[in-house]
Design a protein around this ligand. Structure first.
Ligand SMILES: [Zn+2]
Length: 421
């Protein structure tokens, strides 16, 4: 209802205990409970993991919790038999900070007609709530293959938290799903590719000095600026192969009349599946070498750290599992996602096709008044219902065992890419 330009908005009211309702109504209650736990990245998510664990355990699931730092944890829930095959459904529990501009409390699920508002509703607690609700209502006694529900932390800061979970899943031969579904907001289309990303911080240091020495002596800020300029320059060539670079932060120095003793720049490179980010950044690495040499002449130092990295995803649209999923659900394939997520990491770790599918739109994620619609959640529940019937019930054997040699079990999210010069 809308009157005089003021929208009618109410806080969501959960059902009374004992009201059986539907999977969708279970999902609504779960979503409200999850939104009320402000799991911003780098903050504890233990209360949310506890909530999911409690519900899943009551429904007969098997749980493995992988503890992380400071009250954060990943969770692997298995519904159904301990066997290869089935489907792995994944979600991240963290959300970006609420920020300002909300017209209701971001950490209280609000109802505005068809829309359900709150931080994380689209990205991606709505999907997690639907997956848990549908799984908990399933008769798993009739399943011959499992559903793996995997939840991670700190995805929003570069898919950092999921690494320790993947390193365990990748060495478990009984975690061999036919397909991975990652529930990022795609407006319920099946997306089969996304870009990869790598991020770095470069720090330079040397002795300070009087700025009058500038004509004859470089300083830390000069060198960091030169590297930042190289990042910008390679960006235009990166765009030619569907990639990009960005200088995110830059700082250094203490005063206008002092040669800067310390400076720092952070930057990223996004790339397509077929492109090597190291090759795209080769012009940057040449500049880093020049900067290193300049700093060493001043007996200073230079350090480059790879902060985060996730690979690009490329699942063929004609992959038999994608075709099976599309036929099963009646959902169309929308191809490439405009943002990155954990799907590439799952595909790499488990050597299986991964597809991104979830309610909500990326256009209102990470913004004030983030929302999903009731219709999207209803459709997510019904789609997941047919996915579980198609992958886990009897008569659905694993199509083909994934090749364990193609798995990537490294616990380090940034293998071989941390270095100092
Ligand atoms: Zn997300």
């Amino acid at each position: 209802m809308e009157a005089c330009g003021v929208r009618s908005r109410t806080n969501f009211v959960p059902r009374r205990q004992g009201d059986r309702g539907s999977a969708f109504e279970d999902a609504l209650d779960l979503l409200a409970a999850m939104v009320a736990i402000p799991t911003e990245s780098r903050k504890p998510n233990a209360a949310l993991v506890d909530l999911v664990s409690e519900r899943a355990e009551a429904a007969g699931a098997d749980l493995k919790r992988v503890e992380g730092p400071a009250g954060r944890a990943n969770l692997h829930v298995r519904f159904g038999p301990e066997a290869p095959g089935g489907v792995l459904v994944s979600g991240h529990t963290d959300v970006v900070p609420a920020g300002s501009g909300w017209t209701s409390d971001p950490y209280q699920l609000a109802v505005d007609g068809e829309r359900l508002l709150g931080r994380g509703t689209a990205d991606m607690k709505g999907f997690i709530a639907c997956a848990l609700a549908v799984a908990c209502r399933s008769d798993i006694s009739g399943w011959t293959a499992p559903l793996h529900l995997c939840l991670s932390y700190d995805e929003e800061i570069g898919c950092v938290g999921v690494a320790s979970l993947l390193s365990r899943l990748a060495v478990d031969p009984l975690v061999a799903p036919r397909v991975v579904l990652v529930g990022e907001p795609t407006e319920l289309t099946l997306c089969t590719s996304h870009s990869g990303k790598v991020t770095y911080t470069l720090r330079a240091s040397c002795d300070p000095g009087h700025s009058s020495l500038a004509p004859t002596r470089t300083n830390a800020l000069d060198q960091v600026v030169a590297v930042a300029r190289a990042v910008i320059e390679v960006g235009s060539r990166a765009a030619e192969v569907g990639g990009s670079t960005n200088v995110g932060t830059l700082w250094g120095g203490t005063a206008v009349n002092v040669l800067a003793a310390a400076a720092e720049v952070s930057f990223e490179c996004r790339h397509q599946y077929c492109s090597d980010p190291q090759e795209m950044l080769s012009g940057v690495w040449s500049q880093v070498e020049k900067a290193r040499s300049a700093m060493s002449k001043l007996e200073g130092g230079l350090e480059v750290v790879c902060d985060t990295r996730y690979p690009a995803l490329f699942t063929r649209e004609d992959d038999p599992e994608v075709r099976f999923l599309a036929d099963l659900t009646g959902r169309s394939c929308a191809g490439h996602l405009p943002f990155g997520c954990e799907a590439g990491l799952y595909a790499e770790a488990l050597a299986v096709p991964a597809v991104v599918f979830g309610p909500g739109s990326i256009s209102n994620a990470h913004r004030p008044d983030e929302f999903v619609t009731r219709k999207q959640l209803v459709e997510t529940c019904s789609t997941l219902r047919v996915v579980l019937d198609g992958y886990c019930r009897s008569g659905c054997p694993p199509r083909q065992a994934p090749d364990p040699n193609r798995r990537h079990a490294s616990a380090d999210p940034i293998p071989n890419m941390r270095f100092k010069t």
